[in-house]
Structure formats: C-alpha cells, structure tokens
Ligand binder design. Structure first.
Ligand code: NDP
Length: 458
C-alpha cells in the first residue's frame, strides 16, 4: 500500500503544470493536477495564444495596404470584431479539450477546484484531502495595477482579449511586453491608441537601439506615446473615460487598459503557513532544482517570478519530473533564453543587450544593420528593420542578437541555438546566407559600429 495517494500532485493546470505532470505520468508516476478554472492556464487562455491570434488578425490591415504596390486592387476591407473574438474563443475551447485529453492519456488525474496546501504532503480541494510524496506549485500570476483614483474603471489584458466591441480610442498604460503588443493589436484594427509610459523608452531591459526603433515605428503607425508620464486619476463619463496625467493633460478614451506588470498567485494557497518562503512580492523562492524551502514542495513558472515565459515554465516543470520520476537529475538552465515581443513590428532577442555586455565584459564589438526590407520597396512602406550583434572581442563569441522587424521571433529562435552553442562571430561569418532574406544580414555584417559620439571624441 503506497504511503501517499500520489507520487506528484501539481497545483495549476497551465503550461508548466500540465507539461511537468504529463512528463511524470509518462514515467509511470501516480500524478494528479488540481485546477480551479479552465485547463490551459494563462498562455493558452489569457495570454500567448489568444494574443497571437489577435496579432495575426491585426496584421491584415498592413497586408491590405501593401497589396496595392504589388498590383492588387482591394476594396475597402471591413472588419468584424465579434466574429474574430468568436473564432478565437472556439479555438481556445478546442485547445482546452486537447489539454484535457493529453492529461488523460498521460494518466494524470484532474482534480477540479481550488487547492489549499494543508501540510507538506496534503492538499485540500473542495473539502477533500489528497496526499502526495511531492507537490509542484504552478499557479502562475495575475495582472496588477497601481493604486490611484479611478483605477476601478480600467481593464487588464484578460478583458482586452474578450471585449464585446472594438474601442475607437484606447489608452494603454505601461511600456512592457503586454502594453506594446496590445497597442499594435488595437492600432492594427484601426483604433486610436495612446500609450503612457513612465520611462523615456518602452521595454526596459531590451537593447536600446531596438527600443528606440520600435517607438519610432509605432509612432509612424499613428500610436501616440507619452513618455516620462504617469496617470494621476481616471474619471468615468457616460460615453467613456478621461485619463488625467501628471503632465496636466486630459486624454479621453472609450477604454483604459493597464499593463503594469503581473503578480504571482500565492494568496490563500496556505504556503507561508507551512514554511514555504515567499519574497516581498509574494513569489515563491526556489533553488536551482526548483525546490522551495519545504524540500518536497517545488514551484515553476510565473509563481516564482523570474523569467516569466511559457517555455521556461515548461522546461522547469519537466526538469522536476525528470529529477523525481526518471532518476535523471536536471536543473533548468536560465542562460541565453530567447524572447520575443509580438509588437508591430515584432522583436526577437537572445543573450545580452549592448549595455549589459559592456557592464559584464567592458569593451564589446557591436554590429548594427538598419535596412528597408525588400517587400517594402514595392509596397512603399517606410518601416525599417534593425539587426544587431554584440560580440565579446577576446573570445570572439557572439553574446547577444537583437532584431526588430518582420519575422524577428522566427529568425531569433534559430540564432538562439548558435548562441547557446557559444558560436563566434567568425562562425557567423562562415555561415552562408539565404538569399534573398532579411535573416542573411545576420551572417553578412562586416563593419563594427563606431558610435557617432565616439567618432567625435577621437
Ligand atoms: P512588464 O513587467 O513587462 O511591464 C510592465 C510595464 O508597466 C513596465 O513598462 C513598467 O514600467 C510599467 N509599470 C509598472 N508599474 C507601473 C506603475 N505603477 N505606473 C506606471 N507604469 C508602471 O509586464 P507586462 O504586464 O507587460 O507583462 C508581464 C510579463 O508577462 C512580462 O514580464 C513577460 O515576462 C510576460 N509576457 C511575455 C510575453 C511574450 O513573451 N511575448 C507577452 C506578454 C507577457 P518600468 O519599466 O518603469 O518598470
């Protein structure tokens, strides 16, 4: 008779929880997963997937515009938001079904309801107690907003993905991933978009050349960006809202969206009570093995608030399953994780920014290309692509790749393998390009960038 009901009990059926549970199940472990909502989690139901579907939808406006330069006559296109939302929801329903089937096929028991950890080996759901040898917390995070008068009127990305109507004018607060992605989405569908950020530039943490270029491209598309600006208060009127800024402006809109970060879902889980250490933001502290301060309790993904990306959560959870259920101890490697922002145009990046590389290595070589993609020659679109390589000169290793432009996420995914393998600039140069493509620029950059300021100093 086994000592516990399960070998592994996971709380949260999002990307991380499902991936780790399935992997453990595939090794014959007795696994259960608890979920209080729909199966799929943030990425599938409220994040990456629905967002990307809306990004695809929004990109058609560019395609219609560009077609004329290639000889097409396109009647003024009409767009039906409720139809897109219904199609998107149908796809999410399908995906939820797929996730449920995947769990079933991996012999993972699904326990539906809110879970509370009662002691290091016991979890309670709907008044029933389940015991487990190990517990994996994969409860994700939720959007947060600052405290200010009128904040109760704003929506988050959760609601933005399910609006009954497309707003004519929207104010988006925040300069991170979610804010710039939704600015591109709403603008693509024809809405007037005002983005308010508290810094000088969008996307803190990304390479400065890419940040500056993205803001320029967004402005060229008609998105108003108010920099070094904060919201003082928001007022509701019969036909919309007014956003009052610290710059003394009043901006009216049909809708105000906040994308000012996310917080880990740890409240009410019973973790602190049993000795699981949380940081000041409520994130679970874990070691390199994803282990919390209670040795048989593990945590993965956004609830640990480190690299909040779906593939990272998945890899962390699978590492736990390998370690516990396959006698194959694996630590997740958090170095050189590629990332993308599905803004319009999109960004792809892997490795260090120029600034971070200078901090780490002192002098670095920088290769920078800015060009008008071939498609834009006939379409007439002015948009320019930016590509950048950062090289550590002593080893010749390429320590950072950054791109803003069409297909950047697809291109950077491939380059991320080279970076992970420690590729040198010489090896980039020895690689034959694919012609004609934008990606070939990454293997044909010959001239080191000399910054104008440096020129002046010399
Ligand atoms: P981010 O942390 O990326 O950005 C939050 C933004 O809000 C920053 O610009 C921040 O400014 C600003 N901000 C924070 N607090 C305030 C405030 N009180 N007033 C005004 N502005 C404020 O969070 P997101 O919500 O955009 O996304 C959450 C996470 O989800 C991301 O970190 C990312 O890991 C993940 N994600 C990934 C995506 C992808 O991979 N494509 C897509 C969407 C989300 P400041 O820079 O000054 O702190």
């Amino acid at each position: 008779m086994p000592r516990y009901d399960f070998d592994l009990l996971t709380i949260g059926a999002g990307s991380g929880g499902v991936a780790g549970s399935r992997r453990a199940g595939s090794y014959g472990a007795r696994v259960a997963i608890c979920e209080q909502g729909r199966v799929g989690g943030t990425c599938v139901l409220r994040g990456c997937v629905p967002k990307k579907l809306l990004v695809y939808g929004a990109q058609f406006s560019d395609a219609f515009e560009d077609a004329a330069g290639f000889g097409w006559s396109v009647a003024p296109p009409a767009f039906d938001w409720p139809r897109l939302i219904a199609a998107k929801n149908k796809e999410l329903d399908r995906l939820e079904g797929v996730y449920r089937t995947l769990l079933k096929n991996a012999n993972v028991a699904l326990i539906e309801g809110r879970a509370v950890v009662v002691d290091p080996h016991t979890v309670e759901v709907n008044g029933r107690r389940y015991t487990a040898d190990n517990i994996m917390i994969a409860t994700g995070g939720h959007p947060t907003t600052p405290e200010l008068p009128g904040i109760e009127h704003v929506i988050s990305s959760n609601e933005a993905l399910d609006l009954p109507q497309l707003p004519r004018r929207i104010v988006i607060v925040g300069g991170g991933y979610i804010a710039v992605e939704f600015a591109g989405i709403f603008r693509g569908f024809g809405a007037e978009v005002v983005e308010i950020i508290r810094r000088e530039e969008l996307l803190y943490g990304f390479d400065d050349d890419v940040r500056v270029a993205l803001a320029q491209e967004m402005r060229n598309r008609g998105i108003e960006i108010h920099t070094r600006c904060q919201v003082a208060r928001i007022e509701k009127f019969p036909h919309g809202y007014s956003v009052f800024t610290t710059h003394g402006q009043e901006i009216s809109a049909d809708l105000v969206m906040y994308a000012t970060g996310r917080k880990p879902n740890t409240a009410g889980l019973g973790l602190a009570e049993i000795g699981v250490a949380l940081n000041a933001e409520g994130a679970i502290e874990v070691d390199a093995w994803q282990r919390t301060t209670v040795p048989n309790i593990y945590a993965v993904g956004d609830v640990t608030d480190r690299l909040n990306l779906t593939p990272v959560a998945i890899a962390e959870a699978r590492a736990i399953a390998e370690t516990l259920c396959n006698d194959n101890p694996i630590k997740m490697d958090h170095d050189d994780v590629p990332t993308a922002v599905f803004s319009n145009p999109p960004i792809g990046a892997v490795g260090l920014t120029e600034e971070a590389a200078r901090r780490q290595f002192g002098e670095v070589d920088v290769y920078l290309a800015r060009f008008r993609p071939m498609k834009n020659t006939l379409s007439g679109r002015e948009e320019r692509t930016v590509m950048k390589l950062i090289v550590e000169p002593r080893s010749d290793r390429v320590v950072g790749c950054h791109m803003l432009g069409p297909d950047a996420p697809e291109i950077i995914q491939g380059l991320a393998i080279a970076i992970k393998c420690g590729a040198t600039k010489k090896q980039f140069d020895q690689t034959v390009g694919i012609h004609p493509s934008a990606a070939e620029e990454f293997v044909t950059m010959r001239d080191k960038l000399v910054r104008p300021t440096k020129l002046a100093a010399e």
